[in-house]
Design a protein around this ligand. Structure first.
Ligand code: F6R
Length: 369
């Protein structure tokens, strides 16, 4: 049932093009840039008069929510707060009927996320769930549910469910961006064109970078501490990359907003603490900032694995090891940059002899808090 792959996790990483394609299917019209979410019974009225959006989840799903904040604030122009479900449920949240509360859960059974959903409903928010498991509790209790069509995810470490959640956020961005008018028709068409091409792009990236990362993992698998740095919309991807590595390889890994380096983590840098840096050229000002952060790490003899735009000689010269990815828009970059981080974590964990599909102490579905 692993279809020839040594682990479910690797199979699921390779299934991402299909998962993204299935998640987009029937919902996107690339000719018009229009998004149809009628399968989730979503219509413009559901989004009318919104003052605020909350996104609530745990773990990897929370990281998807963080990406959602960058997308929605830019293109829907509505303030977004992202909360860990375990925090959201025990604080005094300011919610009313002009609040949209989005709950993300692959399993649809996570105890804290479910408790948060019940609270938001009680406080009269409009409640939307993003789930992968059909008919799960969170899916049933929400006012509306948009399903990711990632298929069953067996590996404990979430991979294809995450990139499918990001795909849903892109669809919602197109939908809300057009409703509020902040997203021009022209940009919406471009973005939807990119979405249609995304599965094939992800496929090419997997094929191209897997051998590279396999080789890189030989060099790095004995390290005990890693730092992951990103900025802006790739900051949550740095968090997710670090989580993947720590949960399956038991290596201590921390994700940081690169601008926070100077405020503490730079003290950790030395030749045995590699840094994974996400620095696509398309990042504009944040690209320049990432370059200075990387220089700061290098000048303290910290090795840097740099992920950036193919052919970026400047970045390639700056870092210890360079991995190039195809050019991609800001909106879609989180999906593309997640894939190599999954493969890096996987290859390192395998070399350390870890049980990647069943990491110690972890459960696929966390139904108790
Ligand atoms: C990490 C991972 C967990 C889950 C978290 C939430 O790889 O899988 O962090 O993301 O337990 O699970 P769901 O999405 O099922 O609510």
């Amino acid at each position: 049932e692993k279809a020839g792959f040594p682990h479910f996790m690797l199979k699921e990483i390779y299934e991402q093009p299909e998962a993204i394609r299935d998640t987009l299917r029937g919902r996107l019209n690339p000719e018009t840039g229009e998004v149809d979410l009628s399968d989730a019974e979503l219509s413009p009225e559901f989004f009318e008069g919104l003052e605020r959006i909350f996104i609530v989840a745990c773990g990897t799903s929370y990281h998807a929510g963080l990406v959602g904040k960058y997308l929605f604030e830019k293109w829907a122009g509505i303030p977004v707060e992202v909360d860990l479900a375990s925090e959201f449920r025990y604080r005094d949240v300011l919610i009313n009927d002009r609040t949209l509360a989005i709950f993300i859960s692959q399993s649809g059974e996570t105890a804290d996320t479910l408790a948060g959903l019940r609270l938001a409903k009680e406080l009269s928010a409009r409640v939307l769930a993003i789930c992968n498991v059909l008919g799960s509790t969170i899916a049933r209790e929400a006012h509306r549910v948009i399903y990711t069509h990632a298929g069953p995810e067996i590996g404990v470490a979430s991979t294809k469910a995450f990139t499918s959640q990001l795909t849903i956020f892109l669809l919602l961005t197109l939908y809300m961006g057009r409703l509020t008018g902040r997203l021009t028709l022209e940009r919406a068409m471009e973005l939807s064109g990119e979405l249609v091409e995304l599965p094939e792009k992800v496929n090419l990236v997997i094929k191209a970078v897997h051998p590279v990362l396999k080789e890189l993992s030989e060099k790095y698998f004995r390290q005990e501490d890693f730092l992951y740095l990103g900025r802006n919309i790739l900051y949550p991807v740095a968090l997710e990359g670090a989580l993947k590595l720590k949960e399956i390889s038991y290596i201590h890994a921390e994700g940081y907003a690169a601008g926070e380096m100077k405020h503490g983590p730079i003290a950790l840098i030395e030749e045995n603490v590699p840094t994974v840096a996400l620095a696509p050229k398309e990042g504009g000002i944040t690209y320049e900032k990432m370059l200075s952060n990387i220089e700061e790490v290098r000048s303290r003899r910290g090795p840097v694995i740099g992920f950036g735009t193919e052919g970026d000689a400047h970045l390639a010269n700056l870092v210890t090891d360079f991995v190039g990815l195809p050019e991609v828009s800001w909106e879609v970059s989180p999906i593309l940059y997640t894939v190599p981080l999954q493969l890096l974590a996987y290859e390192i964990a395998v070399k350390r002899g870890c049980d990647v599909d069943q990491p110690r102490n972890l459960a696929k579905s966390v139904t108790v808090e």
